[in-house]
Design a protein around this ligand. Structure first.
Ligand SMILES: [Fe+2]
Length: 134
């Protein structure tokens, strides 16, 4: 059983964003797989870095679409604040997982992040993103 299951209900109707969302979920599920195979969390830093890398690409793509659509500055501020918050929180949860040798907080965080990203964050962005222009 996967930690996060992709559903067509998760589609945001931007093909590149949907593709990246699936990739992010795949990487998070891969991290969870290695954890469940009892890999020490310290050995999983490259996998965590892959999550970070994929999410950074994704944020950059969302920002690029907003700029292309001449979205208001507030929308760019939302994406930049959100990106910083994610990176800070993910790094903190990874450090906690290493220090406590307990990766559950890290995977719980990523599950909650994905839930908030697909619902609240994309709901906010939908005010600014126009699928007909992407
Ligand atoms: Fe997204």
């Amino acid at each position: 059983m996967m930690l996060i299951n992709w559903s067509d209900d998760d589609l945001v109707n931007f093909p590149i964003l949907d593709e990246q969302h699936r990739g992010i979920i795949s990487t998070i599920n891969t991290l969870d797989y290695f954890i469940k195979q009892d890999w020490p969390i310290t050995n999983l830093k490259p996998t965590v870095d892959t999550v970070i890398h994929n999410v950074k690409f994704h944020f950059k793509t969302e920002e690029t679409i907003l700029i292309k659509q001449n979205a208001p500055a507030i929308s760019l501020a939302i994406t930049r604040d959100y990106r910083m918050q994610f990176l800070n929180e993910l790094n903190k949860h990874f450090e906690d997982a290493v220090n406590m040798s307990d990766p559950k907080g890290l995977t719980d965080y990523l599950v909650n992040w994905w839930s908030g990203h697909k619902l609240e964050y994309h709901d906010k962005l939908s005010n600014y993103l126009n699928p007909d222009v992407a």
